[in-house]
Design a protein around this ligand. Structure first.
Ligand SMILES: Cc1cc2nc3c(=O)[nH]c(=O)nc-3n(C[C@H](O)[C@H](O)[C@H](O)COP(=O)(O)O)c2cc1C
Length: 405
């Protein structure tokens, strides 16, 4: 048996997901892979991206392609970064630090979660200037203030406050797996651990992962409800966001925006940007995929603040789809998490490499030599693409000017 999978044979993020699934016990794999309820929203995130077709354009000199993107005064090597993920060390030991370092190595942003298994100070150090901080607003104002003060002291230039958590999502896989606080070794868990000895040994060596930023506070937690009360609140309002804006001197982003009116209100309150996100389909099952609501949000904002997008990015072409429909930048959670699950730091590296290689190739096929070149014209008009799918003969009759707009 190979101890490390051959990562060069992983051609796609989905390949890395499959490798991760082979290495990680089910309860821990499901924690990351799963979504809310029937996982319709999770699936729709992926389908909605795939449904958007891009029309290639040729005979453009694409000998030199530049994938760099500048955001908040910093130039990154690619137009995406790592989304905040809590408790990721439960997926693979030291996943947080591996990802922070890999993001730095590839010069892309790394967003440290409030709920990370590593402290925000250590993650700021590992990301070496490429780190941003994600804030969960606690029910206890002192807890929130302490996180903000620590993020400030660690010199994070960007804070991203997550708005889509009036409650934790209902994740049916976790309920079926009987994930509980404190963690219980049920016979089923023991069987799953025995089936994944490498993971079990590595996890044993690294100790039980916790939510490091609140380690002291959560020591006495005896249930999920206790944990949730410390981490999040159902009472976070626009007034609180206004106060946060006054309090945080760096760039402020609001994550979890799905409605144009909410996006506008963030801009009116002086936020620097929004993240169009449905938390990777982990909060509600009935919501829309982010790529579907992006155009109306971009239109409403009219360029007033920066738009980032996440939820469902698995291919380099998804980054192009997001840019073409109005996003300035994208984040991905699971794509890089699957990488780290498949092969630790080397796997995270492979995940970033796959996405950037795919992006590079797709840009060449679209005749785009820079990210700024990617605009709405890359999108195949919907009517045309459905006509082709339903009746290929019709395609031949289309006037040539309507093949690409
Ligand atoms: C296991 C897991 C934990 C997450 N934890 C957080 C978190 O602590 N804070 C947060 O704002 N978002 C969190 N998210 C949401 C991600 O930041 C991001 O919105 C989502 O992963 C994007 O979807 P994708 O995984 O399809 O890329 C989490 C997502 C996953 C999969």
């Amino acid at each position: 048996m190979r101890l490390l999978p051959n990562l060069d044979r992983a051609a796609s993020i989905e390949d890395l997901r499959v490798l991760a699934k082979r290495r990680i016990p089910r309860f821990a794999f499901d924690l990351v892979d799963g979504g809310a309820e029937s996982e319709r929203n999770l699936r729709r995130n992926l389908e909605a991206f795939a449904e958007i077709e891009l029309t290639p354009r040729y005979m453009v000199d694409v000998g030199a392609i530049d994938t760099r993107a500048t955001l908040f005064g910093q130039t990154f090597d690619a137009p995406f970064g790592m989304a905040p993920i809590g408790m990721l060390n439960a997926f693979w030991p030291d996943a947080d630090l591996s990802l922070a370092r890999i993001c730095k190595r590839h010069n892309i942003p790394y967003v440290a979660s409030s709920a990370a298994s590593t402290t925000l100070e250590r993650l700021a150090e590992a990301a070496e200037g490429n780190g941003w901080f994600q804030l969960y607003v606690s029910g206890d104002p002192d807890v929130t203030e302490s996180l903000i003060a620590r993020a400030e002291a660690a010199q994070y230039p960007v804070m991203m406050v997550t708005a889509d958590v009036p409650a934790a999502g209902k994740r049916d896989r976790d309920i079926r797996n009987q994930l509980a606080v404190p963690f219980r070794f049920t016979p089923e868990v023991v069987m799953q651990l025995m089936a994944r000895p490498l993971w079990s040994l590595a996890s044993l060596r690294h100790g039980k992962p916790n939510i490091a930023n609140y380690a002291d506070l959560l020591q006495s937690a005896t249930s999920y409800a206790d944990v949730q009360k410390t981490l999040i609140t159902p009472r976070f309002t626009w007034q609180d966001l206004g106060r946060l804006r006054d309090r945080w001197r760096g760039k402020l982003l609001v994550k979890g925006i799905l409605h144009p009116d909410d996006a506008l209100r963030c801009a009116e309150l002086g936020c620097d940007g929004i993240v169009v996100s449905n938390h990777g389909g982990r909060q509600v099952d009935f919501g829309p995929p982010t790529i579907a609501v992006l155009p109306s949000i971009a239109e409403a904002l009219g360029g007033r603040v920066k738009i980032l997008l996440d939820s469902g990015v698995r291919r380099g072409a998804d980054l192009i789809r997001a840019k073409a429909l109005g996003a300035h930048f994208a984040l991905t959670g699971r794509a890089l998490a699957f990488g780290v699950g498949a092969g630790g730091t080397a796997g995270a590296d492979r995940a970033v490499e796959i996405l950037t290689l795919e992006l590079h190739r797709a840009m060449g096929q679209l005749g785009a030599t820079s990210i700024a070149d990617i605009g709405n014209a890359a999108i195949t008009p919907r009517k045309q693409s459905t006509a082709i799918a339903s009746d290929p003969a019709k395609y031949r009759d289309l006037p040539s000017s309507s093949i690409s707009s």
